[in-house]
Write a protein that binds this ligand. Structure first.
Ligand code: ADP
Ligand code: ASP
Ligand code: MG
Length: 422
C-alpha cells in the first residue's frame, strides 16, 4: 500500500463527464490498495471567468488594496471542484471528503495572488486516510496567519499537490494533465515535439522558470527540495487502463544526473510571452548606475529578469531590462517619474511586444558552440536578437514576439529535437 497524490488540471476537470472519469481513475487506484489524496484545479476557464468578473467591477483589480478580494474570488473555483469530485467519488462507492486550503490548513504567507506555502498540517488528512477515505484538497489556495484566503499564482495547483506530497512524504505525486507528459517543447506550437520519458529535475526547473507552463515553477522547487517522486501524465487515457502501465506512463522527473549523460545536448525549448522590455536611453556610464536604476525597481517589488547595458559612447550608455507584463505599467511609471530623472536619462522607452526563447539542457555544460548554433539558426531565419542571457544549462534570447513560433520551430529542428530525428 502506498500513499499517492494525484493532481488534475482544469481541462481534466472541465465537465461533469470528465470529473466522473477522474473519480473512476482515482477509484481504480484506491481499490488497488493505495491511500489517495487528490488535488484538483478549478474547471477550465473558471479562474479566468472569476477574475474577469472582478475586473468588470474595477479595472484597478490588480491594485494592491484589491488583491485580498481577488484571492477570495479566485479560490472559489477550486472549492467547487473539490465538492464535485468528492460527490463523484462517493457515487463510485468510495468514502471521500473535500477540504479547502484553509480547512487543512495549508498555511501561506500573505502575498496575495502569489503566496508561498509555509507549512501544511496533515493531521486531519492522515486521520481520514486511516479511516479509509479518499481526501480531496483544493489546489491553488491557502490561508495566512490572519485567516485571509490566499492563492499561489496561476497554475498553482501543481504546487499545492507537490507540497502536500512533500509534507505527507507521499510515495509519488502524479500530475495528470491534457498532454501525456513533458515534451521537447509545447506540442501546441511544434507538432513534431517529442515526449521525454524522463527529464532531470534541473532541466525541468529551467523549463518551468523559462516559461513552460506545464508545471508551475514552485512545484518543481518543492519536488527538488523534498525529493518528491514526480510524474506528469495524461488524464485523457481510458480511466481503466492497467494501473501498472499507467504508473509507468508520461514523464518522470529524475534526480539522478548520470541517467542523462548520454542524452542530447539540448533537451528542450521554452518560450515566454509574459515579459516586457524597458529601456533608459543615454544614462551616464559610471559606477553605481545599475544599482541606482534597479534598486528602486526592487524596492517597488518588481522582479527583473534579463538585463543588458550597452557599451558607452561619450560617457553615456543605454540600459534595458525585462519585467513581467503585469508589472510593466508600474515599471514604466517608476522610470518615467522617478528613476529616469534621478539618473538623468535622456529618454525612457518600453516595448511589450517581445518574447523570450530559451534552449535548455544539462548536456550544454560539457559542449561548446551550443549558443553560437542557436544564434546562427536564428540569423538564418532573419530574426534579430535584442538581448541574451546564459547560464550553465540554458541560453535565452529576447526577440520580437512576432517571430516566436518561427524561432521555436527553427531551434527545435536545429537541435535535432523533431520526432523524426529521434
Ligand atoms: P493543467 O490545466 O492540467 O494544469 P496546463 O495548461 O497548465 O494544464 O499545462 C499543460 C499544457 O502545457 C499543455 O496543454 C501544453 O500546451 C503546455 N506545455 C507547454 N510546454 C510544454 C512542454 N514542454 N511539454 C508539454 N506541454 C507543454
Ligand atoms: N485554477 C488556477 C489557475 O487557473 C490554478 C491551476 O489551475 O493550477 O491558474
Ligand atoms: Mg497547469
Amino acid at each position: 500500500m502506498a500513499l499517492i497524490v494525484h493532481k488534475y488540471g482544469g481541462t481534466s476537470m472541465g465537465s461533469t463527464d470528465r470529473i466522473r472519469n477522474v473519480a473512476k481513475r482515482v477509484a481504480k487506484w484506491a481499490r488497488a490498495g493505495h491511500q489517495m489524496v487528490v488535488v484538483p484545479s478549478a474547471m477550465s476557464g473558471e479562474t479566468n471567468r472569476l477574475l474577469g468578473l472582478a475586473k468588470e467591477l474595477s479595472p484597478a483589480s490588480s491594485s494592491p488594496s484589491l488583491m485580498r478580494e481577488m484571492d477570495m474570488i479566485a479560490a472559489t473555483g477550486e472549492q467547487v471542484s473539490v465538492g464535485l469530485l468528492a460527490i463523484a467519488l462517493q457515487a463510485e462507492g468510495l468514502e471521500a471528503v473535500s477540504y479547502t486550503g484553509w480547512q487543512v490548513p495549508v498555511a501561506t504567507d500573505s502575498s496575495y495572488t502569489k503566496a508561498r506555502i509555509e507549512s501544511i498540517d496533515d493531521a486531519k488528512v492522515r486521520a481520514d486516510l486511516s479511516a479509509g477515505k479518499v481526501v480531496v484538497i483544493a489546489g491553488f489556495q491557502g490561508v495566512d496567519e490572519d485567516n485571509n484566503i490566499t492563492t499561489l499564482g496561476r497554475g498553482g495547483s501543481d504546487t499545492s499537490a507537490v507540497a502536500i506530497a512533500a509534507a505527507m512524504k507521499a510515495d509519488e505525486c502524479l500530475i495528470y494533465t491534457d498532454v501525456d507528459g513533458v515534451y521537447t517543447t509545447d506540442p501546441r506550437i511544434v507538432p513534431e515535439a517529442r515526449r521525454l520519458h524522463t527529464i532531470s529535475f534541473e532541466e525541468m526547473l529551467e523549463m518551468a522558470s523559462l516559461g513552460s507552463k506545464i508545471l508551475q515553477i514552485r512545484s518543481v522547487e518543492f519536488a527538488g527540495k523534498y525529493r518528491v517522486p514526480l510524474r506528469v501524465l495524461s488524464s485523457f487515457t481510458n480511466w481503466d487502463i492497467d494501473i501498472n502501465e499507467e504508473a509507468k506512463s508520461g514523464t518522470l522527473i529524475t534526480f539522478e544526473e548520470d541517467e542523462k549523460m548520454e542524452q542530447a545536448v539540448v533537451s528542450g525549448i521554452a518560450f515566454n510571452r509574459d515579459e516586457a522590455k524597458v529601456t533608459l536611453l543615454g544614462v551616464p556610464d559610471k559606477p553605481g548606475i545599475a544599482f541606482q536604476i534597479l534598486g528602486p525597481v526592487a524596492d517597488a517589488n518588481i522582479d527583473v529578469d534579463v538585463i543588458i547595458q550597452n557599451v558607452s559612447q561619450d560617457g553615456k550608455t543605454d540600459f534595458s531590462f525585462t519585467v513581467h507584463r503585469n508589472d510593466y505599467q508600474r515599471a514604466m511609471e517608476l522610470l518615467e517619474k522617478t528613476v529616469g530623472p534621478a539618473v538623468q536619462a535622456a529618454k525612457v522607452q518600453g516595448d511589450t511586444r517581445i518574447c523570450k526563447v530559451s534552449i535548455v539542457g544539462i548536456g550544454m555544460r560539457s559542449h561548446v558552440g551550443v549558443a553560437s548554433k542557436m544564434f546562427r539558426s536564428l540569423s538564418e531565419e532573419g530574426i534579430n536578437i535584442q538581448m541574451i542571457t546564459t547560464s550553465e544549462i540554458k541560453t535565452s534570447v529576447v526577440i520580437d514576439e512576432k517571430y516566436m513560433e518561427l524561432a521555436v520551430r527553427a531551434l527545435h529542428r536545429a537541435f535535432d529535437l523533431d520526432q523524426d530525428a529521434a
